[in-house]
Design a protein around this ligand. Structure first.
Ligand SMILES: Cc1ncc(COP(=O)(O)O)c(C=O)c1O
Length: 450
């Protein structure tokens, strides 16, 4: 490793970081992380914190899983790369597809299309949805519905169904024919509806209204995260996803569950769809599939959708889509080892227990700190805390104060993530009760510094 002085002098000088203004990042150089162990990360100055972010909602298995590391190293020596485009395959991708078939059987997902990450998986699902209707003789079904506050990555398709204008405005015009419904967000919504079940009904009614207005035979798919992550950890009422599933079925619209965060145990169940008792038509996955050890993802395809592609006679069924790194053997080896480890450790059980501990303890912190406007979570290891400067008026906290909270929490022992005026947490699913306590103490210190 280059010495400390070199790294600090060159930090953000020759590299643009995702999600931020280059000039500002040059001025306020990012924290340099050099090492990780268990659920802890270490920065260049040797300061150690519990990583309540889990890398970026992805290090489900924790940082120290030797089985995953060994699988990656072994595969590098066996076959570092080969293409999966027509005519060739590799053993690890085949083995992974078999493993995922069992893993996703309760969700009725039977085929995998491998990608290099979440945005790729979303894009794949959106494309397959259009193509599915074309094969079925309904090429007019091209539009997409989605939720405000939803996050579906940054490719043009994913950005077009994104529900946060921060990821849209600078890149417009986006894909035509994308329409957004309100988020299931009782704290703020256009109906002033604070009851989550009634809010679910309002949004379902709005969905029907929008479908009938657009014409059902113009809509390809509806995409949603089972629990909205980057939008602030928005947990819908348990009736929400089943209601929307029923509406999709009624109107012949495919339901895409974006499980990039919720897949592989984070919700306290193996998938977010399973958590709500829903079987979607397509699923986008990534992150937890390799616990972030390597970039990888899978678009999962349900039995009825697979059947349409596999039994079609028309040339329309050829999938002219794919990535150089689709089915990458080293990533596939990482995914096999990682999913096997997640299963051996039964991570959903710990995610549910530790998620409840974190959520309930943050609710207690809200009794002490009146800058906490809303606390969301309680369904696995995804917790959002909305910070306000005036609780009654729900005024979003200013950015400078949010940075102060973040810094004080970091110094007190926890890395948390800021999403505008929200604090977002998604630690490794292997975290212990004591390590959750460290996060809570650090948050307490952070809020005291506001
Ligand atoms: C729900 C969801 N979908 C898609 C993505 C995009 O994934 P990636 O950043 O791997 O492209 C993310 C990333 O956070 C996500 O949370």
């Amino acid at each position: 490793m280059k010495d400390q002085n070199f790294l600090k002098a060159n930090n953000a000088r020759h590299m643009w970081h995702p999600m931020g203004a280059p000039g500002e990042i040059m001025e306020n150089a990012p924290t340099i992380i050099t090492r990780a162990e268990g659920v802890r990360i270490f920065d260049i100055d040797g300061h150690s914190t519990v990583d309540a972010v889990g890398g970026l909602w992805c290090v489900n298995v924790g940082y120290s899983n030797d089985n995953v590391k060994r699988a990656i190293a072994d595969q590098l020596f066996e076959l570092p790369y080969y293409s999966a485009f027509a005519g060739t395959s590799n053993d690890k991708a085949i083995e992974l597809s078999y493993l995922l078939r069992d893993f996703f059987a309760p969700d009725d997902m039977v085929r995998a299309f491998f990608t290099s990450g979440g945005s790729d998986s979303v894009e794949t699902c959106l494309r397959l949805a259009r193509q599915y209707h074309r094969i079925k003789g309904e090429p007019g079904r091209t539009k997409f519905l989605s939720l405000k506050k939803g996050y579906h990555g940054t490719h043009f398709g994913g950005a077009s169904v994104n529900g946060n204008n921060r990821f849209r405005i600078g890149y417009e015009p986006l894909l035509p024919g994308c329409f957004h419904l309100p988020a299931p967000y009782p704290y703020r919504n256009p109906y002033d509806e604070t009851d989550p079940a009634k809010l679910a009904d309002r949004i379902a009614a709005q969905m029907v209204d929008e479908i009938e207005f657009q014409g059902a035979n113009t809509i390809a798919a509806f995409i949603m995260e089972p629990i909205l992550g980057a939008g602030g950890v928005i947990v819908p009422h348990e009736s929400f996803m089943p209601k929307l599933r029923e509406i999709c079925t009624r109107y012949g619209i495919l339901m895409i569950a974006d499980e990039v965060i919720t897949g592989f145990g984070r919700s306290g169940d193996w998938t977010g769809s399973r958590h709500w008792g829903v079987k979607p038509d397509l699923m986008s996955t990534a992150k937890g599939i390799t616990s972030g050890y390597l970039p990888f993802g899978a678009a999962m395809i349900s039995a009825p959708v697979a059947e349409v592609f596999e039994t079609a006679e028309s040339a329309d069924a050829a999938i002219w889509h794919g990535y150089t790194y689709s089915a990458h053997p080293v990533c596939a080896a990482a995914a096999i080892a990682n999913v096997t480890e997640l299963q051996r450790l039964n991570v959903p059980e710990n995610a549910a227990a530790r998620g409840t501990q974190l959520y309930e303890s943050v609710l207690k912190l809200a009794e002490k700190h009146d800058i906490i406007g809303d606390v969301r979570g309680g369904h696995g290891l995804m917790t959002g805390i909305e910070i306000v400067s005036d609780r009654a008026a729900k005024t979003p906290m200013d950015a400078a104060t949010m940075k102060r909270i973040h810094k004080a929490a970091y110094e007190a022992g926890a890395m948390v993530r800021l999403g505008a005026h929200n604090i977002l947490m998604s630690p490794p699913l292997t975290i212990s009760a004591e390590e959750i306590d460290v996060v809570l103490q650090a948050l307490d210190a952070g809020f005291a510094a506001a």
